[in-house]
Design a protein around this ligand. Structure first.
Ligand code: GLC
Length: 722
């Protein structure tokens, strides 16, 4: 297909309509009706626009999408196929643990595997593009969407962003079977919204933006992600969908991205409430000038771009460049040859939610579950007398808020999981709501707790307490659940709390009443059996936190890679008032980045550097011995951090630079090695130069960001050494 020839054949109306993305049910051939934000007439969308629009949002199932595309091609004059896009964030129908959970596996290979399965199920269902990976770095668990992120570290964020893109797109998006194009989001720094309140303001220097928040997007684009989605928020007072600094000068000019940019739902029309656009016409002008190619679910482009061109306010070439990018993406996906790409109703029946996919989903959940506390009550013996209580005992609300096609009816509950692993029946008392506990439910729970040896208390957040629009000003469990915990504790002290939630919680009022706390997140379709296998020790937990758990909401933002300040708190001198601390609580989080327990224990020893000096053309080899000092086989995520003691700007006390998961049998020792290179020392200077400085550095290797062995080296010019 010659895009230039096709472009010349298109009328201005047809070109502008290509920039429109509408929800599937608006299209002929769609299977169900539905409401969008306001009736159709509010969007000013004509049938012509629907027949000429360039892409569709959603569309559930191969047959519906086949009908939509077929109907579209019948009415579209130039037979330009639709791009079919959807939110396949952590699974299509086989739902994996959400990204924050999955990131705790520290396993890019597993992340890639889950994305590949998600892509395969979506591709046979007719999806061409996924609005993923979400790579917004996060430091505030009040935000509901931290569940979609991969946590607080730029390096891990980047490694997992690449893994998601590889999984979705395969080796080559043009030729890889069952691949779908990745759309990295939300550009940019949506995770830095003030107070964790969704859609709120983002304020930071360009240096901080580049140093901390942009690496994940850049990594996804370096892995050839085909699209970028704008964020709802402002950066430096400019809403992203009209932010030329971000979209044109950085993303397009500096990074050389010539793919498609799509607005996040309604964010072009939202330029009006933001206060940078007087009306929809002005909003359309600002967004097209910023380089936003597709308008999702609002109609400023189709309503005003033609007028703006006729009035000479916008050059037609701006529209042409956007249409060209969209047509190029259709060409890359070979839609002109086959508008249905990998859609296959028959294959879909065998591929979607297959046993093979569910086994990966169970393994992914097992690798994501973090053991936060355990005084030895875990693992449970399979013949223990066990009671399973709480709002998540038999709940199928384990998929989390972004499981669009995933079906709760398919979910394996914790009760089902326990049934599989325990050798005798267990007592249970389920509670229907996370927010209220009926008297008979409370009394029943207490009765169960009285007659068993150990209680598994499945507590947490419902999925609508997390995700988009799910910001919370308090991050504890609902009050009634804390009340239940205390009541159970009055009659049985052997309590294992299993948490089902999408964000780091303040568990201060849980810890005193629990002998073990297991962070299971929203574990996905097969979460129940994963939880069961972890609780009885068929799987030894190995996951580590990728986002700090605050001791209280008042500490937020709290993250491990923070600066020292000019008056650092000295734990050895706790009464010094005039230092950076709280007078009513600790500085340290409840659980730090990289933290997670196991049913075995590990000893770290003999941290060695191959040499004390790093020069420009050399590397330093780091080695450390890790021993399994317990009685169970285990997987340990060994982490390497660096500290640059003196920078041109202040530098974090620790920065994750590498990690390795090692399997150790009881008593086994392995030497784990890392390589330190000059590239690891680079950072964004005040003039935005990304480079390294000579000087003193510390190396930390250990089991969490707060538990490491330390060594040091000097980075210097060759000549100094001689
Ligand atoms: C939502 C989300 C975005 C999603 C889009 C389409 O508002 O912000 O992540 O991809 O709309 O559903």
């Amino acid at each position: 297909m010659d895009i230039d020839v096709l472009l010349k054949q298109m009328t201005l109306d047809e070109k502008i309509d290509q920039l429109m993305q509408l929800a599937a049910f608006l299209f002929d051939g769609a299977s169900h009706e539905g409401e969008i934000t306001g009736p159709l007439s509010d969007l000013g969308i004509s049938n012509r626009t629907i027949h000429n629009s360039g892409s569709v949002l959603g569309g559930s199932g191969a047959s519906e999408i086949k009908n939509i595309q077929a109907s579209h091609l019948k009415t579209n004059r130039l037979k330009i196929p639709l791009l079919i896009m959807a939110d396949i964030i952590h699974g299509y129908k086989t739902i994996f643990p959400h990204n924050l959970a999955l990131s705790c596996s520290f396993d890019p290979g597993l992340v890639e595997e889950t994305a590949k399965i998600a892509a395969k199920e979506a591709a046979v269902s007719g999806i061409h593009v996924t609005f993923a990976p979400m790579v917004d770095l996060v430091r505030d668990p009040r935000w509901g969407r931290v569940m979609e992120s991969t946590g607080e570290d730029p390096y891990l964020n980047s490694e997992l962003a690449k893994a998601f893109v590889r999984g979705f797109q395969g080796e080559n998006i043009q030729t890889s079977k069952y691949s779908i194009a990745a759309c990295v989001k939300h550009f940019a720094a949506y995770g830095a919204i003030e107070a964790g309140r969704d859609y709120n303001t983002v304020n930071m220097s360009e240096r901080e933006l580049r140093e901390v928040y942009l690496p994940g997007y850049k990594a996804a684009l370096d892995e050839n992600a085909q699209m970028v989605m704008t964020a709802f928020n402002t950066v430096d007072g400019k809403p992203c969908s009209a932010n030329k600094d971000l979209m044109r000068y950085l993303l397009r000019d500096e990074w050389g991205f010539d793919g498609v940019i799509i607005s996040d739902w309604g964010s072009i029309r939202e330029l009006i409430p933001h206060g940078v656009a007087e009306d929809e016409k002005n909003a359309a002008a600002l967004a097209i000038e910023a380089g936003v190619d597709i308008e999702m679910m609002t109609s400023t482009y189709v309503s005003y771009l033609k007028e703006l061109i006729e009035e000479g306010i916008i050059e037609e070439s701006r529209v042409d460049e956007s249409v060209r990018r969209i047509l190029n993406l259709k060409k890359t996906l070979r839609l002109f040859e086959n508008p249905y790409r990998f859609l296959d109703e028959n294959k879909a029946k065998d591929i979607i939610f297959s046993e093979e996919h569910r086994l990966v989903a169970r393994r992914a959940a097992e690798e994501s579950i973090v053991l936060l506390e355990n005084d030895g009550v875990l693992p449970i013996q399979k013949d223990d007398d066990v009671g399973l209580i709480g709002p998540f005992a038999e709940s199928q609300d384990l998929l989390g808020p972004w499981s669009w096609i995933g079906d709760r009816d398919d979910v394996e509950t914790i009760a089902m999981g326990m049934n599989k692993v325990l050798s005798k029946p267990f007592h249970t008392q389920s509670i229907q709501s996370v927010h209220t506990i009926k008297e008979e439910e409370m009394l029943g729970s207490i009765e169960v707790a009285k007659k068993v040896d150990k209680v598994i208390l499945a507590l947490g957040e419902s999925s609508d307490m997390s995700g988009e629009g799910g910001s919370r000003s308090k991050i504890e469990l609902p009050e009634v659940q804390l009340e239940l915990l205390k009541k159970i504790h009055e009659v049985n002290k052997d309590i294992v709390v299993v948490l089902i939630n999408g964000r780091p919680l303040d568990v201060t009022r849980v810890i005193p009443f629990a002998k073990a706390v297991v962070e299971a997140w929203f574990p996905g379709s097969c979460g129940g059996s994963a939880i069961g296998r972890i609780l009885v020790g068929d799987k030894n937990p190995s996951a580590k936190l990728t986002m700090s758990f605050p001791d209280s909401v008042g500490q937020i933002p709290i993250y491990y890679n923070h600066h020292n300040t000019g008056r650092p708190y000295d734990h050895n001198n706790p009464h010094n008032r005039y230092v950076s601390k709280f007078i009513d609580g600790p500085n340290k989080p409840r659980y730090p980045f990289g933290y997670g327990l196991s049913y075995t224990t590990y000893a770290y020893d003999n941290l060695n550097l191959s040499q004390p000096v790093l020069t420009d053309n050399e590397t330093i080899n780091v080695s450390i011995s890790v021993k399994n000092t317990g009685k169970r086989l285990g997987d340990e995520i060994v982490q390497l951090y660096l500290r640059d003691h003196v920078g041109e700007v202040v530098r974090p006390l620790k920065e994750l630079k590498s990690f390795e998961k090692v399997r150790l049998a009881p008593g086994e020792t392995k030497i784990v090695t890392f390589t330190i290179s000059e590239e690891m020392l680079r950072y964004t200077h005040s003039d935005l130069r990304y480079s390294s400085d000579y000087g003193e550095f510390s190396v930390f290797v250990g089991t969490s960001s707060a538990n490491t062995l330390e060594a040091s080296f000097k980075y210097q010019m060759e000549s100094e050494e001689n």
